[in-house]
Design a protein around this ligand. Sequence first.
Ligand code: IPE
Ligand code: IPE
Ligand code: MG
Length: 251
Amino acid sequence: MPEQPAFRPHHIAIVMDGNGRWAKKRMLPRVAGHKQGVTSLRRMVEAVGARGVRVLSVFAFSSENWNRPDEEVSGLMQLLATALAKEVPSLSRAGVRIHFIGERSGLSDKLRAGLEQAETQTQQNDKLILNVCFNYGGRWDIAQAARRAAEAGEALTEAVLDRYMALAHVPDPDLLIRTGGEKRISNFLIWQAAYAELYFSNRLWPDFDEAALDEALADFAGRERRFGLTSEQVTRPNPSAQGKSEGREHA
Ligand code: IPE
Ligand code: IPE
Ligand code: MG
């Protein structure tokens, strides 16, 4: 019998944590760690695309990260501007469609224009969707979805809120990876990750390479996703129940 392809996630979400500690270990300023983090992200985009993953959502700057020292916050804003100029053309050539997810009103006009330009420039691409969550918080997301749904006069049901959430253009993440050793969500996709498989790596984000990704994928392939059902229901599905989990399972 031919070997089954490994059970692979359609959508991976990553909390890219550990840049500061990576820099500290080398007696470098924290911003140097973030810079190395951008290199790591560039490598990871290639790596997930090569492994057939269709959506990658990364946490780049949280609603709470504004409370860091001014120097680090401005360094991160600068780094985003540099990355837009340096990385977007090659990402676009590689077929990556970029979306920036998060509250834009706190960002400079120039940065906002850069985000819009990157989205427009890559909107025809369809190899991989890259959602860069910047000035994002899961609570912000739920609140903005509820506000917009209410403004449109819609009932606040789960299905309606789902349509207004910031990641409504993609299915929910199947696998959520956090690097850097902490075992928490830190206000990332708290709505969308309801049934994501969680994977925690002790590697710092700049050190998270292809081999580390493959370890995470192998771990994921061994999980049994039950979505509230029993193990027997999942392994021997009742034909009448088929389609209920549509969009959530991806071979
Ligand atoms: C994650 O790395 C990146 C951002 C939060 C912007 P950290 O900067 O949190 O790195 P550590 O956790 O201090 O090592
Ligand atoms: C989460 O990391 C945010 C990003 C990776 C952008 P943090 O370093 O901010 O999370 P906490 O503070 O350790 O929970
Ligand atoms: Mg951190």
